[in-house]
Each structure stands twice: as C-alpha cells, then as structure tokens.
Design a protein around this ligand. Structure first.
Ligand SMILES: Nc1ncnc2c1ncn2[C@@H]1O[C@H](COP(=O)(O)OP(=O)(O)O)[C@@H](O)[C@H]1O
Ligand SMILES: [Mg+2]
Length: 352
C-alpha cells in the first residue's frame, strides 16, 4: 500500500486520532482518578471507545479523501476525454486499488496517443501540400496548350484551313488529357482515403488478359510491339474484383508498350501457379528502370528520367493506382528491371 493510497491516508489519520485519544484518556485518568488505573472496566471502555473512534475516523477520512481525489480526477478525465464522467466511473475510481497510479497511466497513455495524432496530422499536411503541388504542375501543361491553340484560332487561325482543324484536334487531345488526369486524381484520392469497395467474383484471368491485350492492340501495333500471352492449358480461375484487375492489367501492359522498344519490342504475359495464389507477370524488353528508381515507381506522380524521354504522355499515376488495388486485395506487386534489357512487373491474385 503506497502512502498516496486513500486507504493508507485514512489508516494513518485514524491511527493518529485514536492514539491521541487513548493517550489523552489514559493520562487524564492517571491525573484525575489514579485509583481507576487498576480497574479493568476502564481499560475495557478505552478499548471499545478507541476501536469505535478508529473505525469512525478511518471511514470518515477514507470518504473525504476519496471525494476530494474524485473531484480532482473528474476534472482531469473531463479535460482528457471531453466527456461527462458518469456515476459508474466514480465507482470504478473508488474501488480501484491505486487510484492515482491509474490516473497517471491513463494520462501518459493519452499523451502518447495525442503525440501520435499530431505526427499523423503533420504527415497529412505534408501529403496535402505535395499532392496539390504535383496536381497543379500536371494540369498546367495541357491547360496552357489549350489556351495557346484557342488564342491562335481566335487571332485568325480559324480562317486558315491549314491549321484550323489541326489546332482543334490538338485542343481536343489536351482536353482529353485533362479529363483523364482529373479522373485519375479522383480515383487516387478515393483509394488513398481507403474508400475502395471491391466487388470480388470468380473469373478466368487469362480471358481478361486477352480482352485487355485486344484493347491495346492498336497501340502495340503503332509501336510495332508484339504482345504475347503465354497461354496456359486450362483457364486460371481467380477470386478478385474483375474491373479493378482489368485496370491493373491495362496499366501494366500499357506501360510495357509505352516504355518498350520502338522496333523488335516484345511484351510477354505469363501465369505461374503458387499454391494458394496465381502470379501474373508482364515482361518487356524496353528501356528498363534504374535500380535507384525501382522502389519509387509506385509513388504517385513519379516518373523516371528514362520514362520521360521515352514517352511524354505519362502522368505517373498508373502504378500508384495499381498498387492500391492489389493491396486492397491483400496481395502483392513487385518489379525487377535491368536497364537496356527490360522490366518485369508481377502481381499475385488469390485462386478461386
Ligand atoms: N515497363 C516499364 N519500363 C520502363 N519504365 C517503366 C515501366 N513501367 C513504368 N515505368 C516507369 O514508371 C513510371 C511510372 O509509371 P506509371 O505510374 O504507370 O505512370 P505513367 O505510365 O503515366 O508514366 C513511368 O513514368 C516510367 O518512368
Ligand atoms: Mg502507366
């Protein structure tokens, strides 16, 4: 029992008061009735009244100290939780063995929680600044392009058959790019705030890969890149969100075409059985990614200098979206690459 325990305080006070009373009574009897010192009844009386006094003062002090501490603690709790403490809490405080130690623990815990919250808010603030900075940078290029083309058209270009249609077409391309950026931004904001609802179904990942490759056929054809699917013998059934996985495949295969070789380019998609999971790998023989850049390609807005040189169209959002989708499925995505040789992106999916 520690000294600041209400029971210890009450015990000490009760002992002091009782001892004082017993001693005072004893000496008073010695002086006023010396004969009563040999009277056992007097000792009996002293014992009974002393006992009663001890019990009375013990409970009196216990009640007063408890009440005092409770009134102080209630204020601390009120400020910590900003809630009204209820009667049940009072009960809890009273019966607690070491009330002040408990409060100390709770306050320390509360302090640590608050510190964590402050760190998190600081990080969010950094993230927000970063995000807005990147976003305005990304939006500027197509916006300035639109402004340039429209100004030229207004300043007489509209009557020039050599450029009017071409400038309108370029304006359209820039506006499409703006729309795509805004859509991707909306998606990434949703994903980063954890609002991704997955509609998991059973589907054949090989069939979906064929659909995606067909969709990207024109693009591959323009860059003279051959897209090959390493066709497994049987369908490969997985349990995942079909549309989202379609988006993942589109992004990765699109990258393998976009950052692929201009001639003799090749993009190969393979499937590997891994017990509970399926590993899907997309391998190209394109420009490759420097080792220093490898861990960063999944960051939003991150583009490698090699990537920028190869294609001016990227925004650096695709892989960030892909990573969120795969992680929402509790699966993994990884990349390996050798500059001048090629790159492989691989992700896993749960077998169905
Ligand atoms: N297959 C690849 N080969 C080489 N570099 C790649 C490949 N895939 C992605 N990258 C690099 O990673 C960056 C981020 O990719 P991504 O997020 O899809 O953005 P984007 O394609 O819009 O540039 C690219 O800009 C590029 O530098
Ligand atoms: Mg991309």
């Amino acid at each position: 029992m520690k000294f600041h325990d209400p029971r210890a305080i009450a015990l000490l006070n009760a002992s002091v008061v009782t001892a004082g009373y017993v001693l005072l009574s004893f000496f008073t009897s010695c002086i006023l009735h010396p004969a009563s010192l040999s009277d056992f009844a007097m000792y009996g009386m002293l014992l009974v009244t002393g006992g009663l006094l001890f019990t009375g003062t013990y409970f009196f002090f216990r009640y007063t100290v408890d009440k005092f501490i409770y009134s102080k603690i209630r204020l601390i709790y009120k400020s910590i939780y900003s809630v009204k403490t209820q009667k049940t809490n009072r009960q809890r405080f009273r019966s607690s063995r070491d009330i002040l130690d408990n409060v100390e623990q709770e306050v320390t815990h509360w302090g640590a929680e608050k510190q964590k919250e402050i760190e998190r808010l600081k990080q969010l603030e950094e993230y927000r600044k970063d995000f807005i900075g990147n976003m305005s940078h990304e939006l500027k290029t197509p916006l300035f392009n639109v402004q340039g083309y429209v100004s030229t058209l207004i300043d007489g270009g509209l009557d020039d058959p050599k450029i009017n249609k071409e400038y309108l077409r370029r304006t359209e391309v820039s506006v499409e790019r703006l729309i795509k950026i805004v859509e991707d931004l909306g998606e990434i904001t949703q994903l980063e705030s954890g609002q991704l609802y997955l509609n998991k179904v059973r589907f054949d990942i090989v069939a979906v890969t064929h659909e995606v490759v067909e969709m990207l056929e024109m693009k591959a054809h323009d860059k003279e890149i051959q897209v090959i699917i390493n066709q497994p013998v049987k369908p490969v059934w997985v349990h995942a969100d079909r549309d989202k996985i379609c988006q993942v495949l589109t992004n990765i295969i699109d990258n393998s075409i976009r950052y692929g070789l201009d001639q003799n380019g090749r993009s190969k998609i393979s499937f590997f059985d891994m017990d509970e999971n399926i590993l899907v790998e997309v391998t190209d023989n394109g420009v490759g990614i420097d080792q220093d850049d490898l861990p960063r390609v999944f960051e939003r807005f991150y583009r490698t200098s090699r990537g920028r040189e190869t294609s001016t169209k990227g925004k650096g959002l695709g892989l960030a979206i892909v990573k969120h989708i795969i992680e929402a499925h509790q699966q993994t995505i990884n990349v390996r690459s050798t500059v001048g040789v090629g790159t492989t992106f691989g992700f896993t999916l749960r077998k169905a």
